[in-house]
Design a protein. Structure first.
Length: 319
């Protein structure tokens, strides 16, 4: 049967979800999705469907896929990510993955220059542990391994140690009125994080607190007076529960502004969130962290009972 290539459309949510499920069943990425989630992603105006996506189809099914979304900010480097899931397990070693990478190398400089002319471009490709084929393709295409991100999980049945909340700090549940402060805390805290880009109000809404996965009742801010000095924002995906039988709270963001680091803000936010998660019926909590993070985050998560269950290597090619 012939294979055809072309961009995704807003009608591709069912095919994309089916493709993602096939990839996860073999690669065990831990990422489970629904048709509704994929429809939300396809409706995101930050993704240029005609130019920033490429899919291989056979008989109406997606068998290979790449997405190259443009970020709204470049400070000072514009970071683009090659996402999508790669190649269906039943169609690997036929050159499809190489074709997607070659396409990304052609299209990302074009999209980048249109959005951020004159800025440096770094293209990131994320490789799950054990995917040696993709790692080899990345290196052959001029990408270099740069960072390892650990997926860490914590069983909520284990005792939760309650550290002292720093003097002058109170922890409150997220509300729409506090959303802008949460964005500002995140941007301030992640200013010196490798590969991070400031969130604009639109990207924040589309990807963090405006998405269907966002859980307001599991998201918190640390307040010193009227100003936020830390935040913890949570997502939840029902597809993961359907696949594993466990309700898991995914901590999407933990951030503490620089002048408040080292005072126990993050530890207090985490303990407060874990206690709330348990009361809300979650069985576990999880997050992702840069293994080379220089702020002490890895040690904080270790003390809070989070242990590594997977890792993803980020490969980078600069332009």
């Amino acid at each position: 049967m012939d294979v055809t290539w072309g961009p995704l459309t807003t009608q591709d949510a069912p095919a994309w979800a089916e493709f993602a499920a096939a990839v996860e069943a073999v690669d065990r990425t831990g990422s489970h999705v629904t048709v509704e989630q994929m429809a939300e992603r396809l409706a995101n105006p930050l993704l240029n469907l005609p130019e920033g996506t490429l899919a291989a189809r056979q008989g109406g099914r997606i068998i290979a896929l790449g997405l190259a979304p443009v970020r709204q900010a470049a400070a000072p480097v514009h970071v683009m990510d090659l996402w999508g899931g790669g190649v269906h397990p039943g169609h690997r070693r036929r050159g499809y993955g190489r074709r997607i990478i070659e396409w990304s190398l052609r299209i990302t400089p074009v999209l980048h220059e249109r959005q951020h002319p004159g800025k440096p471009l770094h293209l990131h490709l994320h490789v799950h542990d054990g995917n040696h084929g993709l790692a080899k393709l990345a290196e052959e295409a001029g990408f270099s391994p740069a960072r390892v991100f650990q997926g860490r999980r914590r069983d909520l049945a284990a005792p939760i140690v309650q550290p002292r909340v720093p003097e002058g700090v109170t922890i409150v549940t997220w509300t729409p009125e506090l959303d802008e402060q949460a964005r500002e805390v995140r941007n301030s805290a992640f200013r010196d994080h490798w590969g991070s880009t400031p969130h604009t109000p639109e990207s924040w809404q589309r990807l963090i607190t405006g998405t269907a996965a966002f859980r307001p009742d599991g998201s918190f801010l640390a307040m010193a007076g009227r100003g936020a000095v830390g935040c913890l924002l949570t997502h939840y995906r029902e597809a993961d529960t359907a696949a594993t039988g466990v309700r898991e709270a995914w901590i999407q963001i933990i951030a503490t502004v620089g002048e408040w680091r080292g005072r126990g803000v993050a530890s207090a936010l985490i303990a407060h969130a874990l206690t709330s998660f348990k009361a809300q019926g979650y069985g576990s909590a999880a997050l992702s962290v840069d293994a080379a993070n220089g702020t002490g985050a890895v040690a904080i998560y270790q003390r809070a009972g989070f242990f590594t269950f997977k890792s993803v290597s980020t490969y980078v090619r600069t332009f």
